[in-house]
Design a protein around this ligand. Structure first.
Ligand SMILES: Nc1ncnc2c1ncn2[C@@H]1O[C@H](COP(=O)(O)OP(=O)(O)OP(=O)(O)O)[C@@H](O)[C@H]1O
Length: 249
């Protein structure tokens, strides 16, 4: 477990309601640099909401959130959020690629347009990243010509092109055909091995067990239990964790 001072991401007492429904009921979570934390739990337990508070997509009602030097809970305007958004990339279930841009353009566009990086340098970076996600040779293709899993790997390369310190993965394999899931999970596993700091919401229990450093089980807006995967899966302490795992394993 990482101490507070070393944590790259820190949430403390985070609360969030939608209307009368309190969806996050005091979330506290630290993620160290280079750590991969999987968030698991029943549908509607607040997993995606936790992710969206970390990169400021969702303002919180109460609590403290820090990513690196950014005190996320205090940021209000888009302008204030911009440096945070450069540090924290997010990959979603829907890959949201631009259909009329090539794979290479999809990866290279934001670093040039948003960060103002040199186009030639970004092009080389994009080629390198596409090779990293095992899509070399697909640079000139359009998203519609790729499988769902390949498109998701383009989305991961696009996130990496922004050179983030943290990547948040929100159920990135949930919409994929089973045969393409493996390649996406393998790509994420390689990033984790290289030391990328990741928070992953996933229903892939085997992946959580094999790849993450720590697993958080959430239920009804609370983190019920947080432990290294071997402990959480083999010896869950809380009856709610045991009940959930009995259903999904
Ligand atoms: N923008 C919103 N407006 C109103 N309610 C919302 C909003 N976003 C999420 N919720 C509600 O908050 C609760 C938690 O949602 P969240 O997406 O975080 O759950 P989850 O654990 O990620 O679920 P799943 O595994 O099904 O994706 C759900 O009851 C959901 O309906």
């Amino acid at each position: 477990m990482t101490s507070r001072s070393e944590a790259l991401i820190e949430l403390d007492g985070v609360r969030k309601s939608f209307g009368d429904t309190e969806v996050l009921k005091g979330i506290s979570l630290n993620v160290g640099k280079g750590e991969a934390v999987c968030v698991i739990g029943p549908s509607g337990s607040g997993k995606s909401t936790i992710l969206r508070t970390i990169n400021g997509l969702l303002p919180v009602d109460e609590g403290f959130i820090r990513v690196g030097e950014h005190r996320v809970h205090e940021l209000r305007s888009d302008r204030e959020m911009r440096p945070l958004r450069r540090q924290v990339a997010m990959v979603f279930q829907q890959y949201n690629l631009f259909p009329h841009r090539t794979v290479l353009e999809n990866v290279a566009m934001a670093p040039v347009q948003v960060l103002g990086h040199d186009p030639e340098e970004v092009r080389e970076r994009a080629v390198r990243l596409l090779a990293k996600v095992h899509l070399d040779g697909k640079e000139s293709r359009y998203p519609g010509e790729l499988s769902g899993g390949q498109q998701q790997r383009v989305a991961i390369a696009r996130a990496l092109a922004m050179q983030p310190e943290v990547i948040l993965f929100d159920e990135v394999t949930a919409a994929l055909d089973p045969e393409t899931v493996k390649g996406v999970l393998e790509t994420i596993r390689e990033l984790v091995v290289e030391g990328m700091t990741c928070v992953l919401v996933t229903h892939e229990m085997r992946f959580a067990r094999e790849v993450s450093h720590r697993v958080c089980f959430t239920d009804h807006g609370r983190i019920v239990e947080s432990a290294p995967p071997a402990e959480l899966f083999d010896a869950p302490q809380d009856p709610r964790t045991r009940e959930f795992l009995a259903q999904v394993l």
